[in-house]
Design a protein around this ligand. Structure first.
Ligand code: HEM
Length: 280
């Protein structure tokens, strides 16, 4: 038995994040600030990767992980290899973090990602607040919950299945690689997936289907695929969507029908962003 005041010294208090605090957040003004940041710094891709890596640790069976900004503390998830480079996104958001003291960091990251998708020309994704922050790095999950880009369909099904997400959702969410690029100093992979990495559209799927991909290695020696021009790339895990017949059928649909893709991405992304988030 440990008296409460000692517990308080051992573990910082869980930020309570009450309905009253959530109501105090000037959401419209916060959205405007995020939009201005995304436009000025052209940082839509990395803001989306930050929110996805926060949410994508979720384990439905144990209710652990999920969006709670454990990565805001040094050590823990911030030090996991999969999160290399995401300090850049956290630093970009820091002035806004300080300007809105009552919003949780996890809600801020999730909102930043939906604003980023919108600014990049993607679908409007409904945002629901209520993500409670981890109190310290001690609430970090173990390393290895996020997908490994060198692996194939079984691995993707195991990782996304653990979150409670389906085959169709895996494909829709993977289309987010229409944004941004791999950076050799962060992941060991390098290059963009599309010609316009700041535009959210379905070219990840059309490129994957229509270009000829050749297996090679990045300058850090990681296996990756390159197109005929040598400018675009695909991760081995992206190629899994082409190899697996079920994944491929979704992919062909999204390559043909951008409206269907936007609709299914919005639904899947909202689910991802709300994994384990309590009802208010
Ligand atoms: C970037 C792996 C799914 C969004 C990356 C990078 C890797 C990777 C290795 C390069 C990071 C860097 O070097 O900067 C994977 C794997 C996935 C996956 C194995 C399994 C399916 C997703 C999902 C989303 C997403 C579900 C969002 C819904 C992004 C974005 C970038 C990125 C936007 C670009 C970041 C930037 O330009 O800074 N991903 N990813 N990824 N990923 Fe994924």
């Amino acid at each position: 038995w440990v008296p409460d005041f000692v517990k308080g010294l051992l573990e910082p208090p869980q930020p309570p994040y009450t309905l009253a605090e959530i109501r105090q957040v000037p959401w419209g003004e916060l959205r405007r600030d995020l939009k201005a940041l995304v436009q000025e710094k052209q940082c839509a891709p990395i803001l989306l990767r930050l929110a996805w890596h926060d949410a994508g640790t979720y384990d439905r069976a144990s209710g652990t992980g999920g969006p709670r900004a454990a990565m805001q503390y040094p050590g823990g998830e911030a030090a996991h290899g999969a999160n290399a480079g995401l300090d850049i996104a956290r630093n970009l958001l820091q002035p806004i973090r300080e300007k809105y003291p009552t919003v949780s960091t996890a809600d801020l990251w999730a909102l930043a990602s939906v604003v980023a998708i919108e600014v990049a020309g993607g679908p409007v994704i409904p945002f629901r607040p209520g993500r409670r922050d981890a109190a310290s790095a001690r609430e970090a999950v173990e390393d290895g919950r996020l997908p490994d880009a060198t692996r194939g369909p079984d691995h993707l099904r195991a990782v996304f299945g653990r979150m409670g997400l389906s085959d169709g959702e895996i494909v829709a969410l993977s289309g987010a690689h229409t944004l941004g690029r791999a950076h050799v100093e962060r992941s060991g992979f390098e290059g963009p997936w599309t010609e316009e990495p700041l535009k959210f559209d379905n070219t990840f799927f059309t490129n994957l289907l229509n270009k000829k991909w050749t297996l090679g290695t990045s300058s850090a020696g990681k296996p990756q695929y390159t197109d005929e021009t040598g400018t675009l790339m695909m991760l081995p895990s992206d190629m899994a969507l082409l190899e697996d017949p079920i994944f491929r059928s979704y992919m062909e649909k999204y390559a043909k029908d951008e409206v269907a893709y936007f609709r299914d991405f919005a639904t899947a992304y909202q689910r991802l962003a709300e994994l384990g988030v309590p009802e208010l």
